[in-house]
Design a protein around this ligand. Structure first.
Ligand SMILES: [Zn+2]
Length: 322
């Protein structure tokens, strides 16, 4: 079974500007989503729930879209997320030691669900065989198309970053994935996961039903559904109304003359206030000088000239000598 195209299942789409993928990838890094699955089972809804988690963390973690390259559900349904179009955004590397793998030279495969024991509030799952095969098939197809190097590194997120991801229970099965990559199990190359295909298809048709698309108008194949979804998106973009030019034209011009008059008035008032302020400063300086002189006269401790003034005042007080 081929992975379900991004446009078919995504709700949020590409909301930012993810970098483009430049292959071939040197490694496939395995993750788990640490999300609870919906009940009754619906792999499309589960894939959308993971996208929603990434969407809520988009500001803090600079996510430009769902961060993984691919996602795989318990029933073997695989989903293209960034695929080989956009550079994966989940393989943050903070460890100094270990393989020299980064977002730019790897892809990421997220196992939908929680595969680590005792995580509060989240059920612990064991990877299913069909899910391990789906992950291996993604890697095998990537090698065949030249998007992944031959004999790539395959390992857990925890080899690059201080995290429990992809969980102990999935980590225990990585050897099996490697084995499936190197020795494809016969049934996946002949009969391709019919139940998973059916489940995924049902999910798609449910979405067309929910959107009110008449049964006769619904696509016959999954590929057709993918094309219809893309067309619907293009149509929606085409229907966005253009700018309301008449309304913009009807907005009256700014009253420039009135604004100019107000500006002139304000400038005049500002210069008057400036002049008043200068005069107040001058009066203040005069008063300060006068106060200083009064101080000197009262205490008689000023310079010589001041003392002679004090003397004159005393003389005047006594009167003209006989
Ligand atoms: Zn991870």
């Amino acid at each position: 079974m081929n992975p379900i195209e991004f446009a078919v299942w995504t709700i949020r789409g590409v909301w930012g500007r993810p970098s483009l993928f430049k292959g071939p990838a040197k490694g496939a890094v395995l993750h788990h989503s640490v999300t609870n699955l919906v009940d009754p089972p619906d792999p499309v809804a589960d894939a959308q729930a993971v996208e929603e988690v990434i969407w809520r963390r988009r500001i803090k973690s600079f996510f430009q879209m769902d961060a993984y390259s691919f996602k795989v559900a318990q029933d073997g349904t695989a989903f293209v997320v960034r695929g080989y179009k956009y550079r994966n955004g989940a393989n943050r590397r903070t460890k100094l030691l270990g393989p020299l793998l980064f977002n730019r030279n790897t892809l990421s495969i997220c196992f939908i669900g929680n595969y680590h024991p005792n995580v509060a509030g989240v059920a612990t799952l064991t990877p299913t065989d069909i899910q391990l095969r789906a992950a291996a098939k993604i890697i095998r197809d990537g090698i065949a198309s030249g998007d992944i190097v031959a004999d790539p590194w395959i390992g857990p997120h925890s080899d690059l970053h201080a995290t429990a991801c992809c969980g102990d229970l999935l980590r225990a099965d990585i050897d099996t994935i490697r084995d499936y990559v190197n020795n494809p199990p016969e049934e996946t190359t002949v009969q391709v996961l019919p139940e998973a295909q059916q489940a995924a298809d049902d999910g798609i048709w449910t979405r067309f039903d929910a959107a009110g698309v008449d049964t006769a108008q619904q696509p016959a194949t999954r590929e057709h559904a993918s094309i219809m979804a893309l067309r619907a998106r293009d149509q929606a973009i085409a229907e966005i109304p253009s700018a309301p030019t008449e309304v913009i034209a009807a907005i009256p011009p700014a009253p420039t003359a009135a604004l100019d008059a107000m500006a002139t008035q304000l400038a005049t008032q500002a210069s008057i206030i400036g002049a008043l302020s200068d005069r107040l400063s001058a009066v203040d300086a005069t008063l300060t000088a006068a106060l200083a002189r009064i101080d000197t006269l009262e205490t008689g401790t000023g310079p010589t000239d001041s003392r002679s003034e004090v003397l004159q005042v005393q003389i005047v007080g006594i009167g003209t000598p006989a």
